[in-house]
Design a protein around this ligand. Structure first.
Ligand code: 2P0
Length: 343
């Protein structure tokens, strides 16, 4: 009898070199490689049940039912899981006969950070579903990676700790499009400070934004061909040699270029707000004083993720509280005060 329920806890990740644009929308194959840091304190705790019989798939996130008819990705993931299960059953059935039994899924997920506010919540959510299904069906890592990816591209980067490189691959079937952990030893002193300026839903969803950029931006191709490959190498080098200054420079440059590409889209997409810009200016000023000790990065929303080394974290938070015109209570520092990178 197969185990039919599993609970997993999966962290979110923050891209240091951003993924933006797909070469295949169905399989979610990206136009460029990306690289991310896994943030272990921001998690989606998820229970996945696979139930025998005929029934309706359900997904509940933070106590609310997700309308699956308008969120087709869940159905895609469940269909793919059942296809993999059938394949496995056929292989293990020596007669080659497979009796087809219906199944459906129930998913209950709780995140400890805002959903869809540009904080890669879908990454942790779909990675958790993929990991849960992997455990239930004994899938191999590449199957689980693909399941996560077809749920949400960036989710395949949340299946590992530390620094993770998602390779775009070349093949049409996506078989060489995988995320891999890229540095053996992690950098435990790297901290990620999350500043939530707005936890509402983003105005232009990532999928729509990427499509629009791919169709209209003239900068995107230049970024993909001439900028990203070099930046991926620079991040790996800086991370493995613990060179914070070089790491920070690339992180900030890539965040800025990602938002520049969004502005180079028609109609233009603006994810940053005034608070985001205040934070950018604050980090620049902080870095002018004693060398580069903080790096900001923003995803598809106004909330900031600032990467610092542990030794500088307190001073940076003090600088934020002194300078930014928001009450301390509104500045929600995720997890405990700080969020340590994963493993
Ligand atoms: C990233 N983002 O690399 C980039 C940076 C947002 C900005 O991946 O359509 O939710 O599900 O593949 O993964 C957000 O996009 O998009 C994202 P889909 P996803 O983290």
């Amino acid at each position: 009898m197969e185990q039919n329920e599993v609970t997993v806890q999966v962290p979110m990740n923050i891209a240091l070199v951003k993924y933006w644009g797909k070469r295949d929308e169905q399989l979610i194959l990206p136009l460029n490689d990306s690289i991310s840091l896994t943030v272990d304190k921001l998690t989606a705790e998820t229970t996945v049940r696979m139930i025998e019989g005929v029934g309706k798939n359900t997904v509940e996130i933070n106590g609310k039912n997700v309308e699956l008819s308008s969120n087709k990705r869940y159905q895609t993931v469940f269909d793919e899981a059942l296809r993999l299960q059938r394949k496995r059953k056929e292989l293990s059935d020596s007669n080659g006969n497979s009796t087809s039994i219906s199944h459906y899924f129930q998913v209950i997920s709780t995140t400890n950070f805002p959903v869809a506010a540009g904080l890669a919540s879908s990454a942790a959510g779909f990675a958790a579903i993929a990991l849960g299904i992997q455990r239930l069906l004994n899938l191999d890592d590449s199957q689980a990676n693909r399941l996560a990816r077809i749920g949400s591209g960036s989710a395949c980067r949340s299946m590992f700790g530390g620094l993770v490189h998602w390779k775009k691959g070349e093949k049409e079937d996506g078989s060489d499009c995988v995320a891999v952990k890229t540095c053996d030893s992690n950098w435990p002193d790297l901290y990620c400070i999350i500043l939530v300026f707005n936890d509402g839903r983003k105005k232009v969803g990532s999928s729509e934004g990427m499509r629009r950029t791919r169709e209209t931006s003239t900068l995107l191709q230049h970024r993909i061909e001439s900028i990203v490959p070099q930046r991926i190498d620079e991040i790996k080098k800086a991370y493995s040699s613990r060179n914070f200054e070089n790491l920070a420079k690339v992180i900030m440059a890539d965040s800025n270029q990602f938002h520049a590409v969004c502005l180079d889209t028609s109609p233009p997409i603006r994810y940053l707000n005034d608070a985001s810009w205040h934070l950018i200016e604050l980090v620049e000023k902080f870095n002018e004083e004693q060398g580069i000790r903080a790096a900001y990065t923003f995803d598809a929303g106004p909330n900031a993720c600032v990467i610092v080394q542990k030794k500088d974290a307190k001073q940076f938070i003090d600088a934020v509280l002194k300078t930014i015109d928001i009450p301390e209570d509104d500045l929600k520092l995720a997890g405990e005060e700080l969020s340590e990178t994963f493993r």
